[in-house]
Design a protein around this ligand. Structure first.
Ligand code: GLU
Length: 295
């Protein structure tokens, strides 16, 4: 069993990120597997090195140590080889649609707008390296039947439900959907454990795996820690309580105790060390939840 924790280093580590780290780490440890930390740092417009360092240090303080640490940006050659392969298969096309052209049409399972594959068939003149427009990948129009290890039904016809994904942005950055598939396969990931916010993308990733001839790992999507935003709606934590602020108020063992409690691993919040925790997925809540870490 090989799994990974793959946070984007686009902001401070917050409790939702660290909850995910804890669940990935515990699952690997209990199954005598390997757990890799992959810092997803491709989005050069949003990433700061300081955040990667902070995330790594936060994990270390919590006792979450990794069998290997990788920077996603080190995998550029593999990402480019995947684009070459997709181009050779005739699957890449440049997209001329504006964001506005997509909006208001049909909702996708992730809450965004489905892409109608409007630009399918546009020629890729001069190859993918010469493109100054975003590039999409033509998915097979087939349905993916998929239920994850937590019983979440992820079945979709991604080419229709989501639309062909962007695989390379206008600014040349390799898009998440392609990078995640290439990197998971290169690391030999057998089990992906990650937050439910990404569940609607899984079927798309399976289609990309199939197009590239890569294996599909097992998946499990866990509940999210949410916060109430100003309008009273629940949303993902956006650093309202980043790790550095929490850590200024309590010890790493106390923070871990709160995470373990909210994950159903202990009955009351108390200082704990990672090595004493036992993961039982049947006790982990399935519904997203809010939690006040510092009262
Ligand atoms: N980097 C993504 C995120 O932080 C997660 C990638 C994944 O686990 O597939 O949301």
């Amino acid at each position: 069993m090989i799994t990974r924790f793959a946070p984007s280093t686009t902001g401070e580590a917050h409790p939702g990120t660290l909850l995910s780290a804890l669940l990935v780490w515990l699952d690997a440890r209990q199954r005598a597997g390997r757990a890799i930390l992959r810092l997803e740092d491709l989005d050069t417009t949003r990433v700061k090195t300081g955040w990667a360092t902070q995330l790594f240090e936060a994990c270390a303080e919590l006792g979450l140590t990794w069998d290997a640490t990788e920077l996603q940006s080190a995998h550029a050659a593999a990402h480019e080889a995947a684009l070459d392969q997709l181009e050779a298969a005739g699957r890449l096309y440049p997209c001329a649609c504006s964001r506005a052209a997509r909006a208001g049409r049909r909702r996708a399972p992730d809450g965004g707008w489905a892409y109608e594959n409007t630009c399918r068939g546009r020629p890729l003149v001069g190859g993918w390296r010469a493109q100054s427009e975003p590039m999409r990948m033509q998915l097979d129009d087939a349905r993916v039947e998929l239920v994850d290890d937590g019983g979440l039904d992820l079945s979709q016809t991604p080419a229709h439900d989501m639309g062909d994904p962007i695989v390379r942005r206008r600014d040349g950055v390799i898009a998440y959907q392609l990078a995640v598939v290439v990197d998971d396969a290169a690391a030999g990931i057998t089990d992906v454990i990650r937050g439910r916010d990404i569940a609607p993308s899984t079927a798309t990733q399976v289609m990309i795996q199939r197009a590239l001839g890569l294996p599909t790992p097992r998946y499990r999507h866990h509940f999210l820690l949410l916060e109430t935003d100003r309008s009273g709606k629940l949303s993902k934590l956006h650093g309202a309580l980043p790790y550095s602020q929490l850590r200024a108020r309590m010890s790493a063992e106390e923070i871990l105790g709160h995470l373990a409690y909210v994950a159903g691993l202990i009955d009351l919040p108390r200082p704990v060390s990672a090595s004493e925790l036992v993961l039982d997925w049947s006790r982990v809540p399935t519904a997203d939840t809010t939690y006040a870490f510092a009262r």
